[in-house]
Design a protein around this ligand. Sequence first.
Ligand SMILES: Nc1ncnc2c1ncn2[C@@H]1O[C@H](COP(=O)(O)OP(=O)(O)O)[C@@H](O)[C@H]1O
Ligand SMILES: [Mg+2]
Length: 146
Amino acid sequence: MKEIKARTIEDTNKLAEKIAMLLNGNGCICLSGDLGAGKTTFTKALGKVLGIEEVITSPTFNILKIYEGKHNLYHIDAYRLEGLKQDLGFEEVFEEDGICVIEWYEFVKDIIPQQRLEIEIVLDGEIRVFKIHGTSSRYVEIEGEI
Ligand SMILES: Nc1ncnc2c1ncn2[C@@H]1O[C@H](COP(=O)(O)OP(=O)(O)O)[C@@H](O)[C@H]1O
Ligand SMILES: [Mg+2]
């Protein structure tokens, strides 16, 4: 597990940039952390790196939003899906080329890819601590490069 501290949004942007570079256009990022921890902010930063011009908003009411860019960004907010085990057709999204970001992934662990970069964001006073953990060899390697 790697810990990266962010004091400003600029720090979050830099981290997102690095992770996007390491993912090289495809992969799965799972975000956890309290409301206000900075999950959507991190996703917005990723979108910027991917060259997505559309404004990225919280997908809470949509569950899934797709942003087209150099590489697509699939943004899922699972907050309303707690405990769901039923197939929602997300597999197609997970198989697509592009980067998939899942906020509140802990609610839908059974229906998301096993291989992923898990990031827990913990607010410690003014500082946001990104606790990063890769679940498979590819992601462990990425974790090591961050
Ligand atoms: N690295 C950061 N530095 C300063 N403020 C931040 C940072 N990340 C997020 N914020 C602020 O925290 C608030 C909540 O962020 P948000 O990304 O919406 O959280 P979440 O999606 O986890 O609920 C926003 O007002 C955002 O501007
Ligand atoms: Mg959010």
